[in-house]
Design a protein around this ligand. Structure first.
Ligand code: S3P
Ligand code: PEP
Length: 449
């Protein structure tokens, strides 16, 4: 198990212009969709986050040839919509909720049985959110009873193969939560269904699935927060992809916030995806007075990109809630670090989904903030956080195996009165394999032990 020691940044600042890893959400989709295409796809700008590697490995186990052809490039030999073969083993999705939920949407429609497991954290995450609607269209999926959530289930998920006379039917589903994982699982199952799929969510979650599937010629229609997939008249074939993946705004977030809270900093994150369904943090930063400017750099594979410039400015408390939360769902932990340095008390609401991520991110962040001497209160659906001036208490943090918690604690540790320890940081490779090197390059002193 690897630990990090973060030395106080003192009078120094963070400066530099850096790339960020490829977008993890788009990486999963690029792999999954190119596996179902006809022909050889090229995926470039790929940074091999552990979660994306879990998706690649699951596909390989179903007969998809995926080859690493460069430092950040893969080729995927698509097997077509109906070309997957029965996995030669139990599919281990590691720490990746996106892998498990999206693949289940595909496996629900296959003529073979499969079983999905994950690491300690993933085995506790709720799965009825996808299993319920998939069962409603004819899938046969069983899980284990959830230890704390009534009427919910967890992995292992056992998915029965469809018999020759069975098929998935049409589905109209209104999800109680905004979730791109639920939406994508349902849409993927809809590729194989007899009849149309209608999915509606309270506010729009990330729409990478819709963008990519539309680009592949899948008949999708979006009206507000409703998306419809009607395969009638569609040939069921997708051409091979050639996709260069944009930088991950959810990874850039740690550097953009670090530049706000380490005095005198000036940081640029380059070629970051700025899809409006992902930019909630940029709005939170602006509302709280942060120094931030977004220089658009055009589009890459149907996704807008920009260089994002961040510099230190005095921060004021914010009020974070409503639909912004869905567009900043993975950035709320690092937004807590921002709040910890803003003048006044920040309130975060409508974020109950954080309780079912890699850790209970509301409870974990409350523990982390208190360890640094920041006063906060846990709410059922968020937190209140009182900004604190001056050096933070030197903390000893257990990441609980949650990459976003490990990175948030590392950023806060730069402001410690003495070195901070963050324990169990291997999880950082889940989404940002070069995080430590990138922070060092910007001027931070970190020891890996
Ligand atoms: O679809 C995706 O790629 C993701 C959707 C979000 O999860 P939910 O759909 O559960 O909100 C997000 O938290 C996760 O990191 C990635
Ligand atoms: C929640 C996350 O990912 P997943 O749901 O794919 O595990 C995340 O990366 O913060």
């Amino acid at each position: 198990m690897t630990d990090l020691t973060i030395h106080p940044i003192g009078e120094r600042a963070l400066t530099g212009s850096v790339p960020v890893p490829s977008d993890k959400s788009i990486g999963h989709r690029a792999l999954l969709f190119s596996a179902l295409c006809n022909g050889k796809s090229r995926v470039s700008g790929f940074s091999f986050s552990a979660d994306n590697v879990s998706t690649a490995d699951a596909l390989r186990a179903m007969g998809v040839r995926i080859e690493t052809t460069g430092k950040s490039e893969l080729t995927v030999e698509g097997v077509g919509l109906h070309g997957l073969r029965a996995p030669d083993k139990v599919l281990d999705c590691g720490n990746s909720g996106t892998t498990m939920r999206l693949i289940t949407g595909i496996l629900a429609a296959q003529p073979f049985a499969s079983k999905l497991v994950g690491d300690h954290s993933l085995m506790k995450r709720p799965m009825m959110r996808i299993v319920g609607p998939l069962r409603a269209r004819g899938a046969r999926i069983e899980g284990a009873p959830h230890p704390t959530r009534a009427n919910d289930i967890t992995a292992p998920l056992e998915i029965a193969g469809l018999r020759e006379d069975e098929y998935l039917g049409p589905l109209e589903y209104e999800s109680p939560v905004s979730s791109a994982q639920i939406k994508s699982a349902i849409l993927l199952s809809g590729l194989f269904a007899h009849g149309a799929t209608h999915f509606k969510e309270p506010s729009l979650s990330r729409d990478h699935t819709e963008r990519l599937l539309s680009a592949l010629g899948v008949p999708l229609r979006t009206v507000g927060t409703m998306v419809e997939l009607d395969p009638a008249g569609w040939g069921g074939q997708m051409p091979a992809l050639d996709i260069e993946i944009v930088g991950d705004i959810s990874a850039a977030a740690f550097l953009l916030v670090a530049a706000q809270i380490v005095p005198g900093s000036r940081v640029v994150t380059r070629a970051v995806g700025t899809n409006p369904t992902r930019t909630g943090l940029l709005e939170i930063l602006r509302d709280m007075g942060a120094g931030i400017s977004v220089e658009a750099q055009g589009e890459r594979a149907g996704e807008p990109i920009a260089d994002i410039h961040a510099w230190t400015q005095p921060l004021r408390a914010g009020s974070i809630g409503g639909e912004t939360v869905a567009r900043a769902i993975d950035e709320i932990p690092i937004a807590c670090a921002l709040a910890a340095r803003a003048s006044g008390t920040t309130t975060i609401r409508d974020a109950e989904e954080l309780r079912v991520k890699e850790s209970d991110r509301i409870a974990t962040m409350a523990t982390v903030l208190r360890a640094f001497g920041v006063r906060c209160e846990e709410l059922p659906d968020g937190l209140t956080i009182e900004g604190k001036e001056g050096p933070l208490e030197p903390a000893d943090i257990d990441s609980r195996g949650d990459h976003r918690i490990a990175m948030t604690a590392t950023v806060l540790g730069l402001l410690g009165r003495a070195p901070t320890k963050v324990r169990d940081v291997d999880c950082i490779s889940t989404s940002f394999p070069r995080f430590v090197g990138t922070l060092r390059g910007l001027g931070a002193t970190l020891d890996v032990t």
